[in-house]
Design a protein around this ligand. Structure first.
Ligand code: ARG
Ligand code: GLU
Length: 680
């Protein structure tokens, strides 16, 4: 069977691409090279990924485990998104030096700020280990063996195609990563939640960090003795711009897609999961939004929370709309009918769709309840506060520091949390499946005469409602705190759930043979493994799209568009005074371009690359592998590409690198950072 699979893969390599769909493993990128070169890529497979010489992969970093970044100088300068560096920027901010509001620019190496707990990883190599695992080696053995090869090496083994293939990813991790620069939020987050997932876009979503290493250029914990890391490879920056139709390539760490799920799983997402989560988040956002309007302090405290809740909320709405528009369920059903007919006389495969269907039927409710819990009771902050404070008092628990507790309360308002708790407890009850409501919770709430009066009691009696209130409390008192009582009731029900319903083991085990069968059934299809936070290449072109009948959206925006949106009365559109002044003086320096018949500065670009969450901060490269932009978003209508990609509408959004340079130079006054880059 293994050989057959290999034959199938070999056949795939000869086929032309259908669209710009796909997130390809860099070590197997040769299978796409013909198509890539046809579309404008000028380099070779070895330039993208090589274990023998420095290649582009040496300049791409997994940033903190949730974003991508890229190295852009010989001295370890790293570019990523503002929203990826946000926590680091926020943690260094205080009223006297508010870097979120005003931006931050280290004037020299001494001013670069260390960030405890922030790391980056650079891929050493990736290697298929399917055979070794089949031959009896354990994952632990393979990992232990690999990490011995170098200093601070980390390894993971990741499944491709639901486990038909296993790959070992070996990384070198650097733990001294310092903040170098960030624009004011009014540039880095310009447009805020209003423009999030939207094109046309005008966000300067970038920040700069630097990797530090020891004297031998090896990873080391933070130390004043450390020096800037000298990378094997850094990206050259192209200031020549990029036009509609030009080749683009994204190199980064996409997090999660589910391209091969059956119609049952799409139904689950489109009809059950997304609508439930969207509705529950609408309620929470309304409560937070109202409180923010009423109180400027709450507006700041809940800004990041609101942004987080709203981000996926908006994405899911686009996903549901996109799946409906694309008729993904119907298309998958038709595809499955053809598969069924093909598989009917193949004993190994004939039962697969029925097995999958049965597995979904018996598992979906469980997964739904887990998702419901996470979106409701799981979001209550009061019990998190109580739990943190109890843990901090327990001597065997050194995880929670007083600083963490202070940070928690800095952004906590008990009145808002209380209203949210009423809403999520009611939401939980409303969406809870028959018979699944925890008996103990029911008893507790009934004892207090219903949700409202229970929550009244909870927030009156708990010591976790403010930092001050619980200062004197000891371990015993925390243990009997009403917030802990709630926690203990729900905690046994809560667990880390697989990232998608289809990854629940009872279902996933059928996907393994199903994927194998699909590759035989549909050899024309350009199979690529689902995103799983491993390094991938996607490629496409700069492209606009038809937004509505007669309304074409061009793939560029400019500084003039920022000025048109500028409005000091609207928080999301209030640009820094310095940017107004630069615009008034037309002081664009070397960043000026002629676009759309005017002298301006380019801001954002739109392209057809297949991306998802985790691709934030990924380099957008031209056909010569030069950095032309920085990925940070998709359009919300294209977010169904996590399940089904539609080349006519799916677009990723990035900042034009020239806007990044313009902001560093003209707003940050930090042109010395540009001097260490390689510009072309
Ligand atoms: N939508 C982008 C992503 O999925 C950007 C999120 C950060 N920006 C925001 N306004 N919340 O992560
Ligand atoms: N902003 C997303 C991120 O943080 C990328 C947008 C997307 O989902 O494509 O990774």
């Amino acid at each position: 069977m293994k050989r057959l699979l290999l034959t199938v893969f070999a056949t795939l390599m000869l086929l032309p691409a259908v669209a710009d769909e796909g997130m390809w493993l860099p070590s197997l990128i040769s299978s796409r090279m013909k198509d890539m070169r046809l579309k404008g890529f000028k380099l070779t497979t070895e330039d993208i990924y090589s274990i023998n010489k420095a290649s582009m992969k040496d300049a791409v970093v997994l940033f903190g485990g949730f974003c991508t970044g890229e190295i852009i100088s010989e001295e370890g300068l790293v570019l990523t998104n503002h929203h990826c560096g946000y926590d680091a920027i926020q943690s260094h901010s205080a009223v006297e030096h508010d870097y979120l509001t005003n931006g931050f620019w280290a004037r020299n190496r001494q001013e670069e700020l260390p960030n405890e707990g922030l790391w980056v990883r650079i891929l050493v190599r990736m290697e298929e280990v399917t055979d070794r695992l089949a031959a009896g080696a354990t994952r632990e053995e393979l990992i232990a063996e690999a990490v011995k090869e170098g200093k601070n090496y980390r390894a993971t083994i990741e499944q491709m195609y639901y486990g038909n293939q296993q790959f070992l990813f070996l990384y070198q991790q650097f733990d001294d990563v310092r903040l170098v620069g960030a624009p004011p939020s009014s540039i880095g987050k310009f447009g805020g939640d209003t423009d999030n997932w939207i094109w046309p876009r005008h966000t300067g979503d970038f920040s700069l960090f630097r990797i530090y290493a020891d004297q031998n250029n090896e990873p080391a914990a933070y130390s004043t003795e450390n020096v800037p890391y000298r990378p094997k490879r850094h990206f050259t920056v192209s200031t020549r711009g990029i036009d509609e139709g030009d080749f683009t390539m994204i190199y980064g760490f996409p997090g999660n897609t589910q391209q091969y799920i059956t119609s049952d799983a799409v139904k689950y997402v489109q009809h059950r999961s997304d609508p439930m989560k969207i509705d529950l988040r609408t309620r929470r956002l309304e409560i937070i939004g109202k409180a923010q309007e009423a109180d400027p302090k709450v507006r700041i405290q809940y800004a990041a929370k609101h942004a987080n809740i709203a981000n996926a909320w908006k994405k899911w709405q686009g996903e549901v709309m996109g799946l409906e528009r694309l008729k993904t369920i119907e298309k998958k059903e038709a595809y499955e009918a053809r598969f069924r007919a093909w598989a009917a006389d193949k004993a190994e495969y004939a039962h697969l769709l029925d097995s999958l269907e049965a597995a979904y039927a018996s598992t979906a409710d469980w997964y739904y309840m887990q998702e419901l819990r996470n979106e409701t009771i799981g979001t209550i902050e009061l019990w998190k506060g109580a739990f943190m404070r109890l843990s901090a008092l327990q001597s065997d628990n050194k995880q929670i520091t007083p600083a963490q507790i202070e940070t928690f309360y800095k952004d906590y308002d008990a009145e808002v949390d209380k209203q949210l708790t009423v809403a999520v407890l009611k939401g939980f009850e409303e969406y809870c499946l028959e018979g699944a409501y925890p008996a103990k919770l029911k008893t507790l709430i009934e004892k207090h005469g219903g949700v409202e009066s229970y929550v009244e009691y909870l927030y009156r009696e708990s010591r976790a409602t403010s930092l001050e209130k619980g200062l004197e409390a000891n371990e015993e008192q925390w243990k009997s705190d009403p917030a802990l009582e709630l926690y203990l009731i729900i905690q046994p029900e809560m667990c880390r759930i697989p990232r998608n319903l289809s990854n629940v083991e009872a279902i996933e085990k059928w996907f393994r043979p199903y994927l194998k069968a699909l590759m035989e059934f549909d050899p024309q299809r350009a199979f690529f493994p689902d995103a799983n936070m491993t390094l991938r290449v996607s490629y496409g072109a700069v492209a606009g799209y038809e937004y509505a009948d007669g309304e074409y959206h061009i793939p560029h925006t400019t500084l003039d568009g920022i000025i048109a949106k500028d409005n000091p009365a609207i928080y999301d559109y209030d640009i820094p005074q310095s940017l107004r002044e630069v615009y008034a003086a037309k002081d664009y320096g070397r960043w000026a371009v002629e676009m759309e018949g005017k002298r301006t500065v380019p801001v954002c670009i739109l392209a057809t690359n297949h991306t998802t969450g985790g691709n934030s901060g990924s380099p957008i490269l031209n056909g010569r592998g030069e950095l032309v932009g920085l990925n940070f978003d998709r359009t919300w209508r294209s977010t169904m590409s996590d399940i089904a990609f539609d080349p006519t509408i799916c677009r990723n959004i990035g900042v034009d690198i020239r806007y990044v340079l313009f902001v560093i130079d003209k707003i940050g006054g930090a042109s010395y950072l540009i001097d260490e880059m390689t510009l072309k």
